[in-house]
Design a protein around this ligand. Structure first.
Ligand SMILES: [Zn+2]
Length: 340
């Protein structure tokens, strides 16, 4: 017996001294795209849990005891913010974890510094009840995901300064990956140093096409921006106002929504108004987020022949969306396959 005890004490001792010096940073995120980006930046130094199911409506997630429990000993809590995942506050409160309360270095609103669209005003507060701080679906613009990644890297650096260089290196790598998916490797090579920054800036100011022409680089454009050329100016209907950042980035025209009042199925008059709009504008595509009923979309489709594309907006929702790049590629494919 004594021998067994001393052996187990010895093994315990060995396991303590062979453990890595640094403890992983335990991160809890609300949405899955935040988990994905955190894993890209944090690599082996983080363990990340996402609270929401990627197929779930991100506006309405019911906090559970499991969510509170996993947050109890988290070092960092990351939310999308902008009023989308307000349910996160209940989880943070219920966890009783002082390290992740709002205002501490262990609490990050990932969309900090992302330019917000559709801020409710006195004149137009139609979407204010579901988007009280403007439209929060910012992550579907790949240029915004780079800002989000910078914010996440900033928090990891603060919480784990010993590995700051590692996080910054991973951030750089992630941004290069997004730039390559966005513009294509050939164009990045042709532009050379700081290509990602230059091309992102030209895209944001709407000068990309003209700039590529003057530089005679048109033929080098690849990636999502190349795919999107065939979609430019095309009109689509969406169920919810999920795609405003995505559409603006890729030059798609959002003609209208099936959802008239957030959270309420479209009334018959509104469905029929959309039918008229689809006919008048010869619209061929309706994007319907997977967590909304397709009933209204199918109705419009039956009257007009427009195709209903059921779309996913979070990473890990399907096998095609196991990465952020896969998520954006799949959305563009949904459109390429149906938009005429
Ligand atoms: Zn929304």
């Amino acid at each position: 017996m004594k021998k067994i005890i001393s052996l187990s004490v010895l093994m315990l001792f060995v396991s303590i001294i062979t453990q890595p010096q640094t403890k992983k940073v335990k991160v809890v995120t609300t949405l899955n795209y935040l988990k994905y980006v955190t894993e890209q930046i944090g690599g082996n130094n983080v363990s990340v849990i996402a609270l929401a199911n990627p197929k779930q409506d991100p506006h309405y997630v019911t906090p559970t005891p499991r969510m509170n429990a996993v947050t109890t000993d988290a070092d960092l809590f990351i939310e999308n913010g902008m009023g989308l995942d307000q349910w996160a506050k209940n989880v943070v409160d219920a966890s009783g974890n002082p390290k992740v309360q709002a205002g501490t270095s262990g609490h990050l609103t990932a969309t900090l510094n992302v330019p917000v669209k559709e801020l409710p005003t006195e004149v137009s507060r139609a979407w204010g009840d579901i988007h009280p701080q403007g439209n929060p679906h910012v992550w579907l613009d790949p240029l915004n995901i780079k800002i989000i990644a910078e914010n996440i890297a900033g928090s990891l650096k603060t919480l784990d300064p010993a590995n700051a260089a590692y996080y910054l290196n991973n951030l750089q790598h992630f941004k290069e990956q997004i730039d390559a998916a966005m513009f294509g490797e050939a164009l990045l090579k042709a532009v050379g140093k700081k290509a990602g920054d230059i091309l992102s800036r030209k895209t944001k100011t709407g000068e990309l096409t003209a700039w590529l022409q003057t530089k005679k680089l048109n033929s080098k454009l690849g990636g999502w921006m190349k795919t999107a050329q065939s979609l430019a100016g095309k009109k689509v209907i969406t169920y919810h106002k999920t795609y405003i950042y995505f559409a603006e980035r890729f030059g798609i025209d959002l003609a209208g929504e099936l959802e008239e009042k957030p959270g309420i199925p479209p009334p018959p008059q509104h469905r029929d108004a959309v039918v008229e709009l689809v006919k008048r504008e010869h619209i061929t595509t309706i994007l319907n987020d997977n967590f909304y009923s397709t009933e209204a979309a199918e109705y419009v489709s039956s009257k007009t022949g427009a195709k209903v594309a059921v779309t996913y907006i979070d990473v890990y929702a399907t096998t095609e969306t196991e990465t952020y790049e896969g998520l954006i590629s799949t959305l563009l494919q949904n459109l390429s396959g149906t938009v005429r």
